[in-house]
Design a protein around this ligand. Sequence first.
Ligand code: CUA
Length: 323
Amino acid sequence: VFLGASVLGIMGCEGPQSALDPAGRGAEQIAQLFWWLVAVNTFIWFLVVGLAVYASQIRPGAHLHRRAKLLIIGGGVIFPLIVLTAYLTYGLSLMPGLLKPAAPDNLQIAVSGEQWWWRVRYLSSSGEEVIELANEIRLPLGEPVNLFLDSPDVIHSFWVPALAGKVDMIPGRVSRLTLTATQIGVYRGVCAEYCGTAHALMKLDVVVMRPDVFAAWLARQGQPAAAPQQALAARGQELFLFAGCSACHTIRGTAADGQVGPDLTHVGSRLGLGAGTLPNKPAAFLRWIAHTEKVKPGVHMPAFGMLPEKDLRALAMFLEGLQ
Ligand code: CUA
């Protein structure tokens, strides 16, 4: 029953947010380590049960003393020493590969965990910022990428289980992580360290793309926002600039240059809203702007539900159009 339940449990471990369904170098090694542990520990479990049955059938006698001694020293000291040393050696042998940074001319991305979202900046090889986006990281398939992780407020933890192990983001310190994606797809990242009210709603999407598709995406993200075409969207832009949004958000190509919240230059092209709280659809966008606090309790962005419905629609349409 125990084994059956374990197998059933593990069968559920696939999908975009599973360390047992790896799509990156680091996660592959971690999954391998996990399966070794499962296999060896299952073997040990049977061995211990077997020995217990055997021991229960020994009749008291003169030779008991010697056998008991052998079992205690062998099972209590020597066997664990061998097994645990093997585990330790195996685990340590993986470390250099997991910690090895990618070449400096590979992609460099700075990710900052903030209450409660992810600021993502693609850097040039000299470390200058090229573009900024939020709650989404896109990677080219197969290329090792350097991530620089930090936080301006409290400790967060960057974890994309399908790609690599988790790394804490500590204020005042830059931690590094090398990601090498091995499968095209969309993977889910989470904050793995309790960081306040909306900790559980601090998610990010990692999109792994074919290198040429990635290059086209990156070039597009580097462009400033296009001017809105429809009248309603143009009205939305006006509201964005004068109703207060631009104090916190940047939209390159417009006068909005706030630094507090996410850069929204191409927000319409992202997969989610509110750090993965809502899908990026026009109706959801409207709901987000009007009721931030209901959708994501604790969020720092004020709700704009006091605006007339038409203005909310204009804002949502403008932002959704920022592809
Ligand atoms: Cu950020 Cu938990």
